[in-house]
Ligand binder design. Structure first.
Ligand code: SF4
Ligand code: SF4
Length: 87
């Protein structure tokens, strides 16, 4: 029996210690799900957080971020309970 293909879901993950709080990702996100968080990292930057589970995996945040490693987009590759993997 063919298993129906489930569209992949995407999850942005922000590393609080790498984020410098510049806001480029916040402005670049078409879903407006990235926001300046309430907390400050050890460098004194108010890092960004993801506030909703509706990422479309466009990659805008990743490509607009000047800090290597601050944002990674994970995908579940369409598996229901699949492991998240790098996009
Ligand atoms: S991948 Fe696209 S939709 Fe997802 S958080 Fe980044 S900018 Fe927003
Ligand atoms: S673009 Fe990168 S460094 Fe700037 S706020 Fe977003 S995650 Fe942080």
């Amino acid at each position: 029996m063919n298993k129906e293909k489930i569209p992949p879901r995407y999850f942005p993950e922000i590393d609080p210690e790498q984020c410098k709080g510049c806001g480029k990702c916040v402005y670049s996100c078409p879903k407006k799900i990235l926001k300046a968080g309430d907390n400050i990292n050890s460098y004194g930057f108010r890092y960004v957080v993801c506030v909703e589970d509706s990422c479309v995996g466009c990659g805008n945040c990743f490509y607009s971020c000047p800090e290597p490693g601050a944002i990674i987009i994970y995908s579940d590759d369409g598996e229901d309970e699949g492991e998240k993997s790098r996009k």
